[in-house]
Design a binder for this molecule. Sequence first.
Ligand code: GLN
Length: 452
Amino acid sequence: TLFLDRIAAHNPTLNAFITVDRDGAIEAARAADARIAAGQAGPLTGIPLAHKDVFCTEGVLTTCGSKMLSNFVSPYDAHVVSLLKAAGAVNLGKTNMDEFAMGSSNENSHYGPVKNPWDTTRIPGGSSGGSAAAVAARLAPIATGTDTGGSVRQPAGHTGITGIKPTYGVVSRYGMIAYASSLDQGGAFGASAADCAQLLTAMAGFDERDSTSLERPAEDYAREIAAPASDKPLAGLRIGLPREFFAEGMAEDVRAAVEAALEQYRRLGASTVEVSLPNAKLAIPAYYVIAPAEASSNLSRFDGVRYGHRAAEYRDLAEMYAKSRAEGFGAEVKRRILVGTYVLSHGYYDAYYLQAQKLRRLIAQDFQAAFRQCDVIAGPTSPTTAWAIGEKTDDPVQMYLSDIYTIAVNLAGLPGLSHPCGFGAGKLPVGLQLIGDYFGEARLLGTAHQYQ
Ligand code: GLN
């Protein structure tokens, strides 16, 4: 009950959990004890964890941070949840998040903002801010998240922990409430790369219930987690530094921490080489067309008929839909649905959606060209450290711009990791982002492990 007690003590301040499943956790822990006693334990047997509230959990409230699903008890487990149950992990509860994973600060949750454990006047990042805050405050040793445009890496960076988003298709999206299906990917949070490697190994794997799940042999993502073989364990590793990431826009304190981390990588034997991602600056406009377009389609299922919020009074079916959706969705979700339906509508589709898809292709090609010159790409996770709660809530475009370094990775479907690399002004954590080529997760984790 160590973690349950820590949650009871600190969650009232941090608001990292929406639901705490104390009874379920104790029952699962007893079952894990029996497995350990029987000599049938795996690496995660008996290890507590928290799930982002975007993952469906059988018999446990699954809200996705929304009033729309504030009464939704899922009748089934997401693939990720069932894999972790089978591994013997103990679910402590469900973590707070931006509504339907739309946001970068966790202020868009129906359940109130999450506080950054390093400074409770600041945001923890988003949309998986509850999972990140929970791990950073040691309310859970590991946690799941999802990353559509940075929602694992960015909050990991802002809370001083490690987070990885694998290659698109590695983790099944079955039972993970959809935001933008071509970008959504489950990911792992931990205090270290080694912890993330264990969690990702248990979460990943082919699932025929997700049509974009990749049919590949099972991988041990911890295979490159090893004690340093020499004082230059990264000798031969070529780290690409995208010129565009370092040109401008990064706060000075973030730049200083990132430069110091790169110096440390050079001491460990890695070499750095300048690369170019000329179209990366177009990632934000492309993403904020594609993601809302897919969201407007995915969220059409929330109509108040079979599950979720239904308006109390209505005259006919059309009004029931309209009122249920008007009441159930928050402002940011409505903004995205409006943008999405607009860019998909007749006459605008070619001008916006099709153009964004072309940019997406160009961005992916830029990464492929860069990976001919380097093994991993490094840069900041975010342009600034965690900002004050309320600072960007009136200006959605400012909020969107904070995703500048993370979004291109999702558009290309590549794996990305953020690990802590020191502190900026006000003792706030800074994240270093490592981007790998397709299926480069083990390399990213092994590299981060040497740094740590
Ligand atoms: N901040 C981005 C958005 O609001 C990314 C969110 C995410 O990765 N889920 O869409």
